[in-house]
Design a protein around this ligand. Sequence first.
Ligand SMILES: [Zn+2]
Length: 240
Amino acid sequence: MKQLMYYSMYTTYMKKIIFGIFAHPDDEAFGPSGTLLLETRQGTELHLVTLTAGENGTNPDGHERLGDVRLEEWKKAGALIGATSLHHFGYEDGTLNNLNHIEITQRIESLVIETIGSQSDIEIEMMSIDLNGVTGHIDHIVASRSAVLAFYRLKAKGYPLTRIRLSCVPYSQLPNPNTSFVFMEAGRSDEEIDEVVDASIVLPEIYQIIRAHHTQRDDGQRHIENLGDGVAINSFFILT
Ligand SMILES: [Zn+2]
């Protein structure tokens, strides 16, 4: 662990904009929602992307159009996080591939360019999840790799991108690969983790954000039971 950042000590004079790129409507909620909430409370403008509506997720209430319900849940969670805008790219849940990866990257680039318009004196950060997809889900891998590719391309074009933070699981939480569903690598070592954000001061809000995804409540509850107050501790590795 190289850096521990306390946001109360963090001041910035330039307007900061974060683009959060995720695959499913609940990814940021179950992942780095605490960090994103601290950011928006510090005045950062946040734009969220979900590549899919998560229509093939668990459906305990038997909704006929689960994707529509999940997008509504995502909007509620996005409002709780303080996002300025939310963008659903409309890909089919569970089917992302290399061709999508190329197209998604271009769409992220366009979104960033259109959103910032002619603003100067800004800094742009991106956020996504570990390049290994954290849970190993292919959609997560495509989201992460597309975000990183868009980050480097925009930077090469001269846009003021500072860093991309990739939310990861620390080794202490997952010392062994999880092979119960798809292959999930062991967590990242302390040396690989560049930043740990402690968002405990917004813990009740994080629970609210997780629970906004009512259809995914079994996953949400399991997540809360596994991590307890640790849901407020977000680990990242950072690419610049
Ligand atoms: Zn997901």
